[in-house]
Design a protein around this ligand. Structure first.
Ligand code: GUN
Ligand code: ZN
Length: 431
């Protein structure tokens, strides 16, 4: 077929999870290839064999670069792009000092469109092909991101952030308007092209019980949607939640009692959990989203990856920009590794890259579409240069297997390691 494209390079994909099966869950081919047809992966395997099987395919040879699934960032705040790396505050002060004033600016659709485009440029340059984003309380902030993603053919998940207390005037909705606006946005965007709407109460402190109930009722009307929020990020925040919801058994219960606990729930951070919360999250099959650069940057704590995996939790990986200090999922994997080291339970490179691709896809329940190079998946692919700087190159030169070759890029790599990006089979210009 004349429209086929054959990417040649090293290939890395997964048949299963390295948390269950070890590094053997990965399929690495040194001289591999990925055949793309109509925006999807038709076959992944030996490069020479694919060349012979598809002689009419247009060949793109990426040499020693590593072809793998595009990164999936499972928890971000695109409106915080312009305040990333703001100094000196912990969560509540950081929100009040930097975040809320910036989010106010999204009342202006032109500003929202500018930042949405800037954000997708930055993340694409970092090899991220899908994000799950909070927007602001303004419905126009959802329109801006969805419109930009749709124009790029990107798989993006996002929702209007709902807040009806403990935020400045101008950044508050109500229980009813949060319900109505979210519902209208579901109708407008959910299922359009590659877009998904996510019901998005910011966190219990900025919602009244009425608002949480309204959003719980909305989720019950659309049970296949995802719901994203924050859970147990900082100890001060947990104390505040206790005072705001005196009858709740714990932080998770503030969601559970309002219909906001379920298999499609995405709970960001989830650092300081009680045993009951861990049990309930595992029981319902919810997903925890690990945000390592944010957790160190805002001073939140050390997520217990090994403990959560042992407890049977589904875990995704995320930057949490702009609380997170980087747009790069490479830097995010490095931070996850460092936090696991501080807990004495190191993560293998196969686990790190799985979390940033297939693991996040599973957490977001989009793994039937993206997250590996398996046949039938949408062709969201990146080419990683495993020798993108002199420091990385000299270390990788000593490598005796793919994991030793990849790990220096995970630990020291940045956007210079992203040699090429394909979204739905189309090469991106700016990468
Ligand atoms: N908790 C509630 N809102 C936020 C936010 O915007 N960022 C982070 N890191 N935590 C939150
Ligand atoms: Zn967040």
């Amino acid at each position: 077929m004349s429209h086929d494209t054959l990417l040649l390079g090293q290939t890395l994909t997964f048949d299963g999870s390295p948390f269950d099966q070890g590094p053997g869950a990965a399929r690495h081919v040194t001289h591999g290839g990925v055949l793309i047809r109509d925006g999807r992966i038709l076959e992944t395997g030996d490069g020479a064999a694919l060349r012979a099987a598809y002689p009419a395919a247009r060949i793109e040879n990426h040499g020693d670069a590593l072809l793998c699934a595009g990164f999936i960032d499972a928890h971000v705040h695109y409106p915080q792009t312009a305040i990333i790396a703001s100094w000196g505050k912990r969560l509540i002060d950081w929100l009040n000092s930097y975040t809320f004033p910036e989010e106010m600016r999204f009342a202006d659709p032109a500003y929202a469109a500018e930042i949405a485009g800037r954000y997708l440029d930055l993340t694409t340059a970092n090899g991220t092909t899908t994000v799950c984003s909070y927007c602001t309380i303004h419905p126009g902030s959802v329109d801006a991101l969805m419109t930009a993603a749709q124009a790029r053919g990107q798989r993006v998940l996002a929702g209007k952030t709902c807040m009806d207390r403990n935020a400045p005037d101008g950044l508050l909705d109500t229980a009813q308007s949060a319900y109505d606006d979210s519902k209208a946005l579901i109708d407008r965007w959910h299922g359009q092209d590659r877009l998904s709407y996510v019901i998005t109460p910011r966190f219990s402190p900025t919602s009244t019980p009425d608002q949480l109930s309204a959003l719980g009722a909305l989720w019950a009307e659309y049970p296949d949607l995802l719901m994203q929020t924050h859970l147990s990020e900082q100890t001060d925040e947990i104390a505040w939640v206790k005072s705001l919801y005196p009858t709740a058994r714990d932080y998770l219960d503030t969601y559970e009692m309002h219909g906001l606990l379920g298999a499609g729930g995405l709970y960001g951070h989830a650092i300081h959990l009680e045993p009951r919360e861990i049990d309930r999250l595992a029981e319902v099959g919810a997903a925890l989203i690990h945000c390592p650069t944010s957790n160190t940057f805002i001073g939140s704590g050390l997520f217990d990856m090994a403990g959560m995996v042992a407890a049977g939790q589904r875990v995704g990986l995320a930057t949490d920009t702009g609380g997170g200090s980087s747009f790069s999922m490479l830097r995010t994997m490095a931070a996850a590794y460092e936090i696991a080291q501080l807990r004495g339970t190191p993560l293998h490179p196969s686990q790190l890259i799985w979390l940033a691709t297939a693991g996040s896809a599973q957490a977001l329940r989009i793994d039937q579409h993206v997250g590996t190079l398996a046949p039938g998946k949408e062709a969201d692919i990146i080419a990683l240069d495993l020798a993108s700087t002199p420091a990385i190159e000299q270390r990788a030169a000593q490598a005796t297997d793919i994991w030793e070759a990849l790990f220096p890029t995970i630990m020291m790599g940045d956007d210079r390691a992203i040699k090429a990006v394909w979204i739905g089979g189309r090469a991106c210009e700016q990468a």
